[in-house]
Every structure is written in C-alpha cells, then in structure tokens.
Design a protein around this ligand. Structure first.
Ligand code: FAD
Ligand code: NAP
Length: 600
C-alpha cells in the first residue's frame, strides 16, 4: 500500500486504528521480531488475558501505522499497548503498571469513581487477611463485620468464627481437658497432691474469653495501622457496586466500591424441631456459657460435635453424643471410628442412629433440665432422655441469604447457599469475589480462608498469578485422641485409583508418655496410603495420637513436595517421638500382619 499522503487517507487510517483500540480489551501494536514486544505478549499470555496484536512488520502499511500512532500517542516505538481504550505505553510502562497493580485495575475496567477500591464483607479469618493485604498494596479498603446474636443472645467481637467461637476457644478448652488427663498421669510419675482435683467452668470461661478479648482488640489495632476502614455494621448489596451498611442502632449508610470480596462465613444450623431454638445451645453459645453445662447431649457427629463432646467429657461432665449415621462424614472411616472408640473408652456415651424430634424444658436454671425425645432412623422406636444442656452441632449454613446477592447478580447454589467460584475465587459477577467457608466445595478451615484472602488481594492488586491450592490441605480434629490427616481417605483413594493400585501401610503405637501411666496401650494408630502407579507416592496421611496438628503439619509439607514411601523410609526418625512411626512402617494392610508395637 502506498504511503498515506492525503488527509482523507490519514483520517481513514486513524479511525481504523481507533476502532482496533476501542474493540479490544487489550490492543498491542507490535513487531514480530522485537524482543520487547515478545515480553509484553508473554505477560498477557501469563495473565490469561486475550490480547489483540497487529504485527506492523507483517502488514503492508506498517510504517503508516507507526506514524499515525506517533501522532495519536506521542509514541512511535513498539510495543504500543492500549488497555480498555487507554494508552499505556511500551514494555517498561506496561511492566510498571503490572508491578504496581494498576494494570489489573485497568484490565478490570476500573475507571469509575467509587468510595473504595475494595469493600470486604465479613471480618473473619478470610476477610481480615484479604483487607489487610489489599491495604498494604496501597488500596483504599473497607471491611464490614457484624455479628447477628444467637437465639440465646450471645454475641462477640471482631475476628469471626475462628477467634471467637471456633478454633481458639475450642483448642483452649481441649487443652483444659488434656491438662485433666495430664494431672491423672502426673501421680504415676511421682507427683503428689492431696486435694480433690476439680474443674471450675467459670474460671476457664473467663480466662479464655479474656484472651479472646485481647485478640479482638489486636485485630482492630491491626486494621487501623494498615489503614483499613473497619465498620461494625451489617452489609447487604443494593446495587452491583453499592452496599447498605446497617449498624446496631439501625443507622443506614451507603458505600460504593470497584470490587467486593464476600467473606461472611457460616453460622450453626438448628434442627427445626419443637424447642430447639428456645432450649438448646450451639457452639456459638458454648464457649462463653456463663455456667457449667452439666449433663450434656451433643447432637451431630462431625468435627464440632466430637470436639466439643470430647472436651466436655474431659472436664468430667456426663456427655452423650447422638449420631444420625456415621462419625466424621468425609473423613477416613477407619480413623473416625478409632477416634470415636477412644472417646467411648473414656466415658463418652454414643446413641447411634437416632435423631431428636422434640426438646422440652422440665426446669429452668443455669443449667436447667431438658427432656429430649428422639426417634430411630431405622425403626419406629422412640427414646427419651434428660439432660441439663443440649448442644446442637449438626452443621453450619452459609451466611449468603440476607446479603442482597440478587441485587448484585451473584449466583449461589440454592441447595446449600454456597457460592460457586472459579479457581481465582471470582463469582459469576466479575467484580465480586468470595473466600472462606461460604465457598462451594472447598475446605472450611481458617488457614484456607486466610491463604485464599491474601493471595486474592495479591492477584488483584500486585499482578500476582499465584492461586490458592486447595489440594492436600492438612487438618486436625481435636478429639480427646487427636486425629490429623492430609490427602485422601482410604475410601476416596480406592474410589479414585482402585484397591489393586494402592498399598496401605499402618501401625498401632504406644506413645512413651502413655507407658508409665499405663494408659491407651496400642490405641494410637498411623496409616499412609500409597499410589503404586505413581512410585508409591503418599496420597493419604492419617495419624491418631497426641499432638496430631504438630505432627501432621510437617507431613503436609512433605506431601506438597510429593513424598514417596521410599523417601519416608530413608528419613531418619526422631526418637522417642510419635511421628517417627512414619519412618519405620513396614506392615501393609493387605498382608494382615501384626501391627501392635512391642518395644521402642
Ligand atoms: P468467619 O470467620 O466465620 O467470618 C465471617 C464474619 O462475617 C463473621 O464475623 C460474621 O459475623 C460476619 N458477617 C456475616 N455476614 C455479614 C454481613 N452481612 N455484614 C457484615 N458482617 C457479616 N478451623 C480450623 O482451621 N481449625 C480449627 O480448629 C477449627 N475449629 C473450629 C471449631 C468450631 C466450633 C467451628 C464452628 C469452626 C472451626 N473451624 C476451625 C473453622 C473456622 O473457624 C472457619 O473455617 C473460619 O473461621 C472461616 O473463616 P471465614 O472468613 O470464611 O468466616
Ligand atoms: P458438618 O461437617 O457439616 O457435619 C454435620 C454433622 O451433623 C454430621 O455428623 C451430620 O450427620 C449431622 N447432622 C446433620 N443434620 C442432622 C440432623 N438433622 N439430625 C442429626 N444429625 C444431623 O458440620 P460441623 O461439624 O459443624 O463442621 C462444619 C465445618 O467446620 C467443617 O466442615 C469443618 O471444616 C470446620 N471445622 C473444622 C475444625 C478443625 O479444623 N478442627 C473443627 C470444627 C469445624 P450425617 O453424617 O448423618 O449427615
């Protein structure tokens, strides 16, 4: 094509270029051999952003394009990059925008004037981590947190479930129970104390709650230090980019933001039977209960139920767990049953295959007296029992139904209220993200919510591409005999790989600390599941014994690195410990060999 000399030709070329800029989210004018252009194109490829490229050396009128681009942008060189119609510049300017996070903002079309760059709804594990990270990266951030009181009126401070009514008080109360056992052991080790040992609920509750209070305060200070605007109000969408915040006095304020992160967590589910909300408590009430719960019925058989039932029994209370079907659904059942068996041997009663149908108050008080009617899940049989406290722990519902998601167009799974997201925690609405317990099909654990929140902020505002890895997440159930696991349960491994392709190594063991007191001989248990098709890689790790969290964390790292059975075998153990069992396991489950531990 001849050089554009007349005004009409120039006008045509200009509008041609402008059309390209207007029609493409990313438009790059490039030369196919230019190394700087290659770098820019690679960056967009890495960011998985479609970019439209015109290679000026491969078209007839490339020089004219370059002259026109000079006229339009003041830049003649390539690459010449445009995002959402805005001229960015060459490689240096593009990389700079990538590093300071503004590239991502431009890609997301954030050119409008909003009150905030980011509003995070929910100040729990995920929300706090995300908002602090975003503010550290220079963004204007607001986090809203509001606790709707339980039917019993219990409420708490900033920090969400983990700090106030989850991991922290649970582990401290579990520790209280372990100390009780340690005191019994202590006499066997020669400690002499005459007084009758008894536990004072009020003292424990006050100490635990004082500690939680200090954490609540610490979170407030951290938000202030990082310039995150914390508002203690209930948030709900009124428009896709606008929320209404209602504080405890009912005052409504409206805020807008370019982006939103939903981190509203879950709350305990009730049974929906007569008397449950009036007379029962949930884990949201238990940790700050002003009086000792006394004889307790725990309804449910998962994490929360077994952990709470376990520590209450460890404090010396009469505890019964009512199980609808199995223990710890989703976990390795061999391990779950061993954890349950240990609880049974240490005083916890189990009523299997029953569900409550009615709760009646026989006597008010602190605690009062309740009558529980329950029916069998298999027969017509009805049973009744009297308890001081009924703790309902039958799962948790995502807090997504009253936050105006329809106003923002965010889809939820109508069956469970959970929010589906892509592997970047983005909902179906591009400027709305979700993290933590409300996510569909993800782990409901504090470190998972924190990791997802932090990485999300870095992807949004730092140009990072690192995503939260939800595979091989280590976890521990703090039952009286703790159960740590990472990777697949035996059932799931069989389903995925077939029994014939797996080798399961296992062993009972007797922690040295238990030998002198003479308790729980060969009751602790270790098991690994290896994939024969993949070099005997460890795909399931299971440990039932003391300090399960501490033991499992390290093996979680090993599994991230792809540990194989051979690598465990050549690792030298630390003696005398419980964890060393994983370096010496040689009995396979398929052999049926003896797995009791005889000596050290
Ligand atoms: P949350 O921490 O629940 O935070 C959500 C926050 O948002 C809450 O403060 C809520 O009040 C607030 N909120 C909700 N709606 C709104 C709204 N519309 N406006 C403003 N604020 C709102 N995990 C572990 O890793 N280890 C454990 O040992 C462990 N133990 C647990 C024990 C118990 C008894 C329970 C119940 C949970 C336990 N968990 C444990 C799970 C862990 O607590 C959660 O996975 C974690 O807290 C989830 O974080 P999140 O940010 O998703 O939500
Ligand atoms: P969950 O895992 O959803 O388990 C619910 C339990 O309640 C199951 O045993 C279920 O029995 C039973 N149940 C449900 N409906 C019932 C009914 N109508 N009557 C009787 N029983 C009923 O719930 P969760 O224990 O509350 O735990 C929630 C999440 O918190 C977990 O997924 C976990 O990730 C997290 N968490 C973590 C830790 C930790 O890391 N240590 C501790 C606590 C909680 P079926 O099996 O019959 O359905």
């Amino acid at each position: 094509m001849p050089p554009v000399e007349n005004d009409t030709g120039k006008k045509e070329l200009k509008s041609q270029i402008q059309e390209l800029i207007d029609a493409n989210q990313v438009m790059v004018f490039s030369k196919s051999y230019c190394p700087y252009c290659i770098k820019v194109k690679d960056l967009f490829k890495e960011l998985k952003v479609e970019c439209n490229v015109v290679e000026l050396d491969l078209i007839d009128n490339g020089t004219n394009y370059q002259e026109m681009l000079l006229e339009m942008t003041g830049q003649r060189t390539v690459p010449n990059v445009f995002i959402n119609k805005k001229h960015i510049g060459g490689l240096d300017k593009t990389m700079q925008a990538h590093n300071d996070g503004s590239l991502q903002q431009l890609l997301n079309g954030e050119n409008e004037n909003y009150d905030y760059d980011l509003i995070v709804i929910g100040g729990g594990s995920g929300g706090l981590a995300c908002s602090k990270e975003a503010a550290t990266l220079g963004k204007k951030v607001m986090v809203l947190d509001y606790v709707v009181p339980t039917p019993k009126g219990t409420t708490w401070g900033l920090g969400g479930t983990c700090v106030n009514v989850g991991c922290i008080p649970k582990k401290l109360m579990h520790q209280t129970a372990l100390l009780g056992t340690a005191m019994q052991d202590a006499r066997k080790f020669g400690w002499e104390f005459d007084e009758t040992v008894k536990h004072n609920w009020e003292t424990m509750k006050t100490a635990v709650n004082n500690y939680i209070g200090s954490l609540n305060w610490g979170y407030r200070v951290a938000l202030r230090d990082k310039n995150v605007n914390y508002v203690n109000a209930y948030a709900e969408f009124v428009e896709p980019h606008k929320i209404k915040a209602t504080n405890k006095r009912g005052k409504e304020t409206f805020y807008t933001a370019a982006k939103f992160v939903l981190a509203t967590g879950e709350r305990p589910r009730y049974l929906g039977i007569p008397g449950d909300k009036e007379h029962c408590i949930t884990s949201d009430d238990l940790f700050s209960l002003p009086y000792c719960p006394g004889k307790t019925l725990v309804v449910g058989a998962s994490y929360v139920a077994l952990e709470c039932g376990g520590f209450l029994a460890g404090l010396g209370l009469d505890v019964t767990v009512m199980v609808r079907s199995i223990l710890l659904r989703g976990f390795d059942q061999d391990m779950a049953n061993r954890a349950g068996e240990h609880m049974g041997e240490h005083g916890v009663k189990f009523i299997r295959k029953y569900v409550p149908t009615k709760i009646e108050q026989l006597e008010a008080g602190t605690p009062g007296r309740l009558r529980v009617t329950a029916k069998s899940t298999e027969t017509d049989e009805i049973i009744e029992g009297e308890y001081n406290t009924v703790l309902i722990a039958v799962g948790r519902d995502a807090c997504t139904d009253k936050i105006g998601l329809d106003k923002a167009g965010v889809k939820v799974n109508p069956k469970n209220g959970k929010i589906p997201v892509n592997d970047e925690e983005q909902t179906n609405v591009p400027h709305v993200y979700a993290i933590g317990d409300i996510l569909e099909g993800k782990w409901e654990l504090t470190p998972v919510a924190i990791q997802a929140g932090k990485l999300l902020a870095r992807r949004l505002y730092k140009g990072s591409t690192i995503k939260c890895d939800y595979i091989n997440v280590p976890t521990t159930v703090f039952t009286p005999q703790e159960y740590g696991s990472c990777g697949l349960s035996e059932e799931k491994a069989i389903e995925l790989y077939g029994q014939e392709n797996l080798e399961v190594y296992h062993s009972l063991f007797w922690p040295l600390e238990f030998t002198v007191p003479g308790r729980d001989n060969n009751k602790c248990y270790a098991k690994i599941i290896c994939n024969k098709l993949d070099n005997d890689r460890v795909i399931g790790f299971h440990y039932l014994g003391p300090n399960a969290g501490e033991v499992t964390q390290g093996f979680g790292v090993a599994m991230k690195c792809g540990a194989t059975k051979e690598q465990l075998d050549i690792t030298i153990g630390i003696h005398p410990t419980c964890a060393e069992i994983f370096t010496t396991m040689d009995v396979t489950k398929s052999s049926g060999g003896d797995i009791t531990q005889a000596g050290c």
